[in-house]
Design a binder for this molecule. Structure first.
Ligand SMILES: Cc1ncc(COP(=O)(O)O)c(C=O)c1O
Length: 461
């Protein structure tokens, strides 16, 4: 039996597809093709249920699924609307919009499992330590004029942190306090790059690096990686800057072996390039011995970028840039001209967290938790897992033709995934899913992995 309404929606009770999936699918299609437009109001769940002759739960489930995918927006107490920017989560540029929505639909639908990368666990702070840090930040008036290098006491503490956590022999004079990795990379780009210069970025690699370099006028050169990291023999000789993630290649997950680190630095010395080492998730390492940071191996040719985005969260807005003193001075000069700075109160709060050992304690707790989550993934999806020795994400290597359907069907079942595809500048050479385990509890992760496992076609099928 079929029933239609104006939208037009149809439910077919005999086709074996759950009614909520049918309703969500048709609404999604209407939004995708423009039948329903941004800002338009959807019928109430009660009204649509009555029109379709289905239970209200069917419509509620369908709406919640579409919230989860970012298609819908709910304004408290005033109904359900097509979201202003109804971008599917896998499209470039959708991240900022998604972030707002995720917060929103996590409330709307606790069942959603968000396995996209780049989201740390932010629900488990030591709230007393956090409040104490912010109380201390509030005790002082803001500085009249910010120091482009950052607060001297925080630079000391960050240098200590790097010496302890990463065995990097660094003095405070080489450290600048930034807002994030992205901020540090942009300052380097603004200082060293411009029209007529070439900047290498790992391929596949962090897409923000490509956008930052291009926005400063440089020509972006994709530099291929294999399962260990960047391939040194494939690097051209005319790069001004090379951006790389040796501790945990993003997104493939390789750890650059020491001989390759040596080769990379020899290449940099020979060509005069500066190597930018993005150390974004190096605090989290599992079952493997640490490898020396590139910066420690050649502090004259390497800029190291670090961030609190993976340990405390990107919303805190604090990172660091470590560079040779003359380059650091040039960056600081440029920073002043660009009117760029790091918030003083944020620096004070983080100073307190470091001084009191709160950040170290948080890292120790989270290392254990992330190691357990990583074990859940390896147990459920072992043969497909790559790059699980560090960080908060792994890559699932899957045949290219399987990936789009799997991501879509997982989304329909409330499991949000990202693919490796948008991390390429050229045609995709690596296929699979970048599976983040920062923002899903172990129980959710188990559920998400089970859904993925079910959706991977049997070998040879
Ligand atoms: C490769 C890489 N570097 C750095 C970051 C963190 O960037 P930021 O410090 O700008 O938040 C991320 C976050 O997703 C990342 O994937």
């Amino acid at each position: 039996m079929r029933q239609t309404i104006d939208l037009p929606l149809v439910v077919d009770r005999d086709c074996g597809v759950p009614l909520a999936v049918q309703v969500a699918g048709q609404l999604r299609e209407a939004m995708r093709t423009g039948g329903l437009k941004a800002g338009e109001r959807l019928p109430s769940t009660r009204g649509l249920a009555a029109l379709l002759g289905v239970s209200r739960t069917v419509v509620t489930d369908a709406y919640q699924q579409l919230y989860a995918e970012g298609w819908l927006d709910g304004r408290h107490g005033s109904g359900t609307y097509v979201a202003d920017e109804a971008l599917p989560y896998d499209r470039p540029g959708a991240r900022a919009v998604e972030a707002r929505r995720v917060r929103h639909h996590e409330q709307a639908r606790p069942g959603v499992v968000d396995l996209r990368p780049g989201r740390p666990w932010v629900l488990d702070y030591d709230t007393a330590a956090w409040r104490r840090a912010w109380r201390s930040a509030g005790e002082l008036a803001p500085d009249a004029y910010p120091d482009p290098y950052g607060h001297p006491e925080l630079r000391e503490l960050l240098a200590d942190h790097l010496r302890r956590a990463r065995a990097v022999p660094v003095g405070a004079g080489n450290v600048m306090v930034t807002r994030s990795t992205g901020n540090g990379l942009d300052l380097i780009a603004a200082t060293l790059l411009g029209p007529g210069t070439k900047a290498g970025v790992e391929e596949p690699g962090w897409r923000a690096a490509r956008h930052i370099f291009a926005s400063r006028g440089a020509q972006v050169v994709p530099c291929p990686v294999d399962e260990q990291g960047v391939i040194v023999e494939a690097l051209p000789d005319d790069l001004r800057v090379l951006y790389t993630t040796p501790a945990h290649q993003f997104p493939v997950g390789g750890r650059l072996p020491i001989p390759r680190r040596e080769k990379l630095l020899a290449w940099a010395r020979r060509t005069g390039a500066i190597v930018v080492e993005d150390d974004y998730d190096a605090e989290f390492r599992y079952d493997v011995a640490p490898l020396p940071a590139l910066y420690g191996l050649d502090p004259e040719r390497v800029v190291l970028l670090g961030t609190l985005s993976k340990s405390l969260g990107p919303d805190v807005g604090l990172g660091w840039l470590v560079a040779p003193a003359d380059l650091l001075d040039a960056v600081a000069e440029r920073r002043v001209l660009l009117a760029d700075r790091t918030s003083g109160p944020v620096q004070r709060a983080v100073t307190t967290l470091l001084e009191r050992g709160d950040l170290d304690r948080h890292l120790r707790r989270m290392r254990l938790e992330y190691a357990r989550r990583r074990a859940v993934i390896v147990e459920a999806l072992g043969p497909y897992v790559r790059g699980d020795t560090a960080g908060l994400h792994v890559m699932l290597a899957l045949p290219a033709e399987v990936v789009p359907g799997l991501v879509r069907q997982a989304g329909e079942r409330g499991v949000l995934l990202n693919t490796t595809e948008p991390h390429h500048l050229g045609p995709p050479r690596v296929h699979g899913i970048v599976l983040g385990y920062g923002s899903a509890s172990r129980a959710d992760l188990r559920r998400g992995c089970a859904v993925i496992r079910e959706l991977i076609p049997p070998e040879g099928a």
